[in-house]
Ligand binder design. Structure first.
Ligand code: C2E
Ligand code: CA
Ligand code: CA
Length: 717
């Protein structure tokens, strides 16, 4: 009731007192009794006497009017302690007497009652100033207001946390924020984020508030609290844990509080689902996502620890999958990934549980062996690892045979450091690769020298093209019928400024590994075609001299090979049929479809293909019929023993017969003696190449040979 109403009550009562005084007074009393307010008349000052207080004081504040009138200190005692200063200050300061004031009183039962106290200072005829006031119970309104305010605060807190989550705040920090916000807004002093492990073992404390007394690992939430509130956190695979809040003070939480805590828990759940907990993040930083194995960082750390242990007997085995690039390039990266995922568990199966296996990246795996007393023990492990590749891998593209080369490095006492041990294992692995794939080698000092040499070779090779250190030679291929030169094979050479002439056998493999084979191969092809065009131009009437160029596997996996070949043909203007590309059997070993497709596409340009080094590899007849192959070159090793060794003779005879049956042109390589040439002619092998006829020669020397042969060809025509 506001003061004007009160004035009206009084005025009304005064006006009616003449006609029906008793009835009016009864009515007013009845109204006053039922008001949700206490009317009062009291002396000014905190300890002032109370002259009147309406009966509603009994219900609203718990004390009957008689108690108020008889106890001058009662009001001051019942003002809520937190509001006393403010209220008493105003009581003593009469400058703004009529300002309504809202403050808290304590009900006799201890509960808090919000009152709105409005009073006017009234001075009677005797000059006594007294408060004539009304104290209304506004507890419900105040609680509703506080509730609204808290809800707004809660919403703001949820929004803040959500924003922090969006910004990518670490999950651990987010958990702390959630606990702090919840504790502040709900007014609780204990909080925790608890992960419930799927195996139902004790919950793990991920973040805590007010639980600092125990050592970090053993911290738990107290078993008994006066009141608690939890929000459920859902993880990627179902229930993850809870957001827990507790207080030692007895209290009740409302539905809004429950919603609030759940909203915070939901934000944590989203963050955990998206990014995992801090442990997951740590795990991710130290593991290879594809195979789940430790990564390089974790491996180096473990290796460092192992080496630092006194009397450490440590070995490192490095494994690199052979021709992995071929799998990726031809079957696609997902096939490569599949293969790696299959390899990881197989290798793990070949090791003891105490050995650490890691993926270093790409197709490299590395194993840390401890308590390895001698190289033999490490070699036994390597043998088991090699054996793990015996069974083919089941990829979605089909069955796949893979091999790997391994390098072993044994720590020598105290002066081994992790990085150099891995580098040594790497050098040994390279040695294993060049010794023929699918085996292993143990590191020795000579290898380090070779590795350094290989690395410097790689660097030099990068510059060889621009410095024009590469050149080509041509080795004639002759007809065994009449000895005429039908074509030449282009063979690359490297004139190294310090090393002198480096044979292709010493640098082609390096070029393949470091990707330089593509520009080198393109350059050789262009040189060969231009040179062939020149020879054709010199003898326009003769049958165009054939030109052979060797192609490496890597070039066949290059998407632009077709364009490269077309360009070389166009620039030189030679007939496509005079160009012959030599590919080795190993190219077809894994028979990736993309390589067969590439061969087919390039052959459609009119270019011929022959299979080089036939007989050394997989010698399957199947792809000879499936692919557009025009001929094969019998490897030098068969020719070498022709006529001496019966078995070789038999094989060579079989190859030539088979090729003839398939209408393939046969060239015998490495013919060094007359006897070999005669034996081949007897087999009716058509073509031959070798030192017996000609060594690889510079273009000028070939020109001379052709010029010398020309008159003879002209007469025979
Ligand atoms: P290849 O394709 O089998 O080439 C024939 C090799 O045998 C040549 O070695 C040649 O000099 C050698 N040779 C020829 N006749 C005889 C003989 O009667 N006796 C003996 N012992 N050897 C003979 P080179 O030039 O050292 O080339 C080695 C290999 O390097 C080649 O073997 C080929 O695989 C590769 N290569 C050479 N040039 C290139 C190229 O431009 N690109 C690619 N990708 N590889 C090339
Ligand atoms: Ca060749
Ligand atoms: Ca060959």
């Amino acid at each position: 009731m506001d003061p004007s109403d009160q004035a009206r009550v009084r005025a009304h009562g005064a006006a009616d007192s003449d006609t029906r005084p008793m009835a009016a007074e009864v009515a007013v009393r009845a109204i006053i009794d039922r008001l949700p307010a206490v009317l009062y008349v009291a002396d000014v000052g905190v300890g002032g006497r109370w002259h009147y207080i309406s009966p509603s004081a009994t219900e609203i504040l718990g004390f009957a009017p008689a108690q108020w009138l008889g106890d001058t200190g009662l009001w001051a005692r019942q003002v809520h302690p937190d509001d006393r200063e403010r209220v008493f200050d105003r009581e003593d300061d009469l400058l703004e007497p009529s300002v309504p004031e809202e403050y808290r009183m304590l009900h006799r039962d201890g509960s808090t009652v919000w009152v709105r106290d409005e009073a006017a200072l009234v001075t009677d005829e005797e000059g006594n100033s007294r408060w004539h006031g009304v104290m209304s119970d506004i507890t419900d309104r105040k609680l509703a207001e506080a509730e609204l305010e808290r809800r707004a605060e809660q919403q703001a807190a949820v929004a803040r946390l959500g924003e922090r989550a969006l910004e990518g705040t670490e999950v651990a920090a987010l958990m702390h924020d959630a606990l702090e916000e919840a504790a502040r807004i709900l007014g609780v002093e204990l909080g925790a984020v608890l992960e419930a492990p799927p195996d139902r073992s004790a919950p793990i404390l991920k973040a805590g508030l007010g639980l600092e007394s125990a050592p970090a690992r053993r911290r738990k939430v107290p078993d008994a609290v006066a009141a608690k509130l939890t929000g459920q956190i859902e993880g990627r695979d179902g229930h993850w844990g809870v957001l827990w809040l507790g207080t030692a003070v007895q209290r009740e939480f409302g539905a809004a509080d429950v919603d609030f805590v759940q909203a915070l828990a939901n934000i944590l759940a989203d963050a955990i689902q998206q990014r995992g907990t801090e442990d997951d993040i740590r795990y991710q930083a130290l593991h290879d996502p594809l195979t789940g194995l430790p990564n390089r960082v974790l491996f180096m750390d473990r290796l460092g620890h192992a080496l630092s242990r006194p009397g450490a007997e440590v070995a490192v085995v490095l494994l690199d999958i052979d021709n992995f690039k071929l799998v990726n390039d031809s079957l696609g990266h997902s096939a490569g990934d599949e293969l790696l995922m299959e390899i990881a568990p197989r290798l793990q199966g070949a090791l003891r549980p105490s050995d650490t296996i890691a993926r270093l990246g790409g197709d490299e795996f590395v194993v840390l062996l401890e308590q390895i007393p001698h190289a033999r023990a490490a070699m036994r492990v390597a043998e088991r690892m090699v054996a793990a590749f015996e069974v083919p891998f089941q990829l979605s593209a089909g069955e796949h045979f893979a091999k790997a080369s391994l390098g072993i490095a044994i720590a020598d006492g105290s002066d081994s450091v992790p990085a150099s041990l891995v580098r040594d294992a790497d050098a040994a692995m390279y040695q294993a690769k060049s010794n023929g794939r699918g085996g292993f080698e143990v590191f020795d000092r000579a290898m380090r020298i070779r590795t350094v040499a290989r690395l410097s070779l790689e660097n030099d090779l990068r510059r060889a093209l621009e410095r024009e250190e590469l050149r080509v030679e041509y080795q004639p291929i002759v007809s065994l019928k009449d000895g005429s030169i039908t074509s030449v094979e282009t063979l690359v050479r490297w004139q190294h400024p310090e090393r002198g002439l480096v044979p292709p056998g010493d640098f082609i493999a390096v070029a393949e590994e470091c990707g330089l084979i593509e520009p080198i191969g393109r350059w050789v092809l262009e040189q060969a075609c231009i040179q062939a065009a020149q020879w054709h131009g010199v003898r326009p009437d003769a049958r165009p001299l054939g030109i052979s160029v060797n192609l490496s596997v890597r070039q066949l996996t290059q998407r632009d090979l077709e364009a490269t070949v077309a360009q070389a043909l166009a620039r030189s203007g030679i007939e496509p049929s005079s160009l012959c590309l030599e590919i080795t059997e190993s190219v077809l070993l894994e028979e990736p479809d993309s390589i067969s497709e590439m061969i087919t596409r390039v052959s459609r340009l009119g270019v011929r293909f022959v299979l080089d080094d036939f007989g050394t590899g997989y010698s399957s007849l199947a792809y000879l019929t499936r692919l557009p192959i025009d001929g094969l070159k019998v490897d030098r090793s068969f020719v070498e023993e022709l006529g001496c060794d019966e078995r070789s003779t038999a094989i060579t005879t079989a190859i030539v017969r088979m090729a003839q049956a398939l209408s393939l042109e046969v060239t015998a390589e490495g013919v060094e003696t007359e006897r070999q040439a005669l034996a081949l002619a007897e087999l009716r092998c058509e073509l031959a190449q070798g030192f017996y006829f000609h060594r690889p020669l510079a273009a000028a020397a070939i020109s001379e040979l052709l010029a010398a042969a020309a008159p003879r060809e002209a007469t025979s025509a």
